[in-house]
Design a protein around this ligand. Structure first.
Ligand code: GLN
Length: 490
């Protein structure tokens, strides 16, 4: 049986499974056929798991017993930095290339309890550092809309897997945009959750105070389904938010029935790096919300423009400390030298890609005695100012909207020689992580760019998707889902 996977949502697949239109095994086999046909070129998956048909059969038993949840038998793609017990997990880095996970991430355990099927592990930037998936130790992933372009990063493999019909949804991780930016480059929905709403246990850490696991999916409803399954307090992660506190935030302002005011920080958006048609697309999104009956209010967020600068002090600091454990002794790769110090130098020099090495140097510097106060502590103070800007703004507006990225998907190789140009891809996504805010990226339309001979056959123009970000106060993912669904007409 042939299932059309390109448009199939999790929600409708669930309905088909329950009605018996197809079985979980048929669904997974269709996905695997698609992966076999497309993955050699797109390279979304690093590894396809050999037990996914077996898990689909098991899920079918649950469905046959009438005990299925919405995610039972649903094929999902998992980013290579999220641990699944017994499977390799390498964060696409040579330094832990052959690491086999000793336990599963909490998010994985929750999906497993629902009977989800894990298709495989997806490509990403080395250690989740990057915005294009070109930093992977396994080579780049290509954008399914135009294979001469990047899918975004660092969760580029997860986004490309869903966009090519190689999974119905995916898990990614977002430290400054790594879920939302690839979702927007691949025409999908990506959710960066409130810091602490999803457990980080079993996520290979990049920046402990910034990372969150979250879903990439075709619709807002699908992202909501995955979020509801994986969220919640976890004794394995002391930063997770207790349920009572989470629900209290929702009680503060009820959503139902009320029309919202949406804040637009125009002075933050009209920056020189934004493409004219991306700005135009954003203005059309503002108009769409107006037409839906929302109040639009222009707001100022005076310190938010420092988000990226603060991020590139804080993140390297945290990353340099987190990655110190990969030393050739405790985990992963070991390149032996003459004496212990040589082992460290050789292992870390050969095991980490160029970007992690750059950030470890930078991070070690900003945390060093003598510079700690001038850089890391100063950036922490700026972080507080940025968070305060958002809290103040949310006193008068219910949500804030921003473009997800300043440009559509760029060409492979276009920014690899210029790290700062690559960092600027996160200009609109970094603020949410700095301020811990929940933010969703939803598809907002297309812009045209030239396609060269390697682009889509027969076309000299290619349509590339864009994304709109909706931000809400802490713990208010419900607002994101409501506005996102209205915006997309779901
Ligand atoms: N592109 C950003 C970086 O390189 C974001 C990474 C992420 O969100 N994991 O750090």
């Amino acid at each position: 049986m042939k299932i059309d996977l390109e448009k199939l949502s999790i929600k409708s697949a669930h309905n088909h499974l329950v009605k018996g239109d197809f079985t979980a095994e048929e669904l997974t086999k269709n996905v695997l056929e698609n992966v076999a046909a497309k993955n050699p070129e797109i390279h979304a998956y690093i590894e396809v798991f050999d037990d996914c048909v077996a898990s689909a059969k098991q899920a079918q038993n649950t469905i046959d017993d009438g005990k299925s949840g919405v995610l039972t038998g649903i094929p999902l793609a998992i980013k290579d930095n999220i641990l699944i017990e017994g499977k390799k997990s390498s964060a696409a880095s040579k330094i832990i290339e052959n690491y086999t996970a000793a336990y599963s991430a909490t998010a994985i355990k929750r999906l497993e309890a629902e009977g989800s099927v894990f298709v495989g592990r997806t490509n990403m930037d080395d250690s989740a550092m990057g915005s294009s998936t070109e930093n992977s130790a396994y080579g780049p992933t290509k954008n399914p809309f135009d294979t001469t372009r990047v899918p975004g990063g660092s969760s580029g493999g997860s986004a490309a897997a869903v966009a090519m019909g190689g999974a119905l949804g995916a898990l990614g991780s977002d430290t400054a945009g790594s879920i939302r930016q690839p979702a927007s480059f691949c025409g999908l929905v990506g959710l960066k959750t409130t810091y602490g709403s999803v457990s980080r246990s079993g996520l290979i850490t990049l920046g402990s105070s910034l990372d969150q696991i979250g879903p990439i999916a075709k619709t807002v409803s699908d992202a909501e389904i995955i979020f509801n399954c994986i969220r919640g307090v976890d004794p394995m992660d002391s930063t997770t938010i207790p349920e009572a506190q989470y629900l209290a935030a929702r009680e503060e302002k009820k959503v139902s029935g009320k029309k919202f005011t949406i804040g637009v920080p125009l002075s933050l958006i009209e920056v020189p790096g934004i493409d004219a048609d991306v700005l135009e697309n954003f203005k059309q999104s503002v108009a769409r919300f107006k037409k839906l009956g929302y109040e639009i209010e222009e707001i100022e967020l005076p310190n938010v423009s420092y988000s990226l600068a603060a991020y590139y002090i804080l993140l390297p600091g945290e990353a340099s400390s987190n990655l110190a454990r990969f030393d050739g002794v405790k985990y992963g790769l070991k390149v032996a030298g003459e004496k212990l110090l040589d082992d460290y130098h050789k292992t870390r020099g050969e095991g980490f890609g160029e970007e992690p090495r750059r950030r470890i140097l930078l991070g070690t510097y900003v945390l060093s005695s003598g510079y700690y106060d001038a850089y890391y502590n100063k950036a922490q103070a700026v972080r507080r100012l940025i968070a305060n800007d958002f809290h103040k703004a949310f006193a008068s507006v219910d949500a804030i909207i921003l473009p997800t990225t300043p440009t559509p998907a760029f060409k492979l190789g276009e920014k690899t020689a210029d790290p700062v140009a690559m960092y600027l891809a996160d200009i609109f996504t970094a603020p949410a992580n700095i301020a811990n805010m929940p933010t969703i990226s939803v598809p907002s339309g297309f812009v045209e760019r030239d396609a060269d001979s390697a682009g889509r056959a027969g076309a000299n123009k290619v349509s590339l998707p864009l994304g709109l970000q909706i931000m809400a106060p802490l713990c208010r993912e419900d607002i994101l889902f409501r506005l996102g669904k209205e915006f997309l007409g779901e």
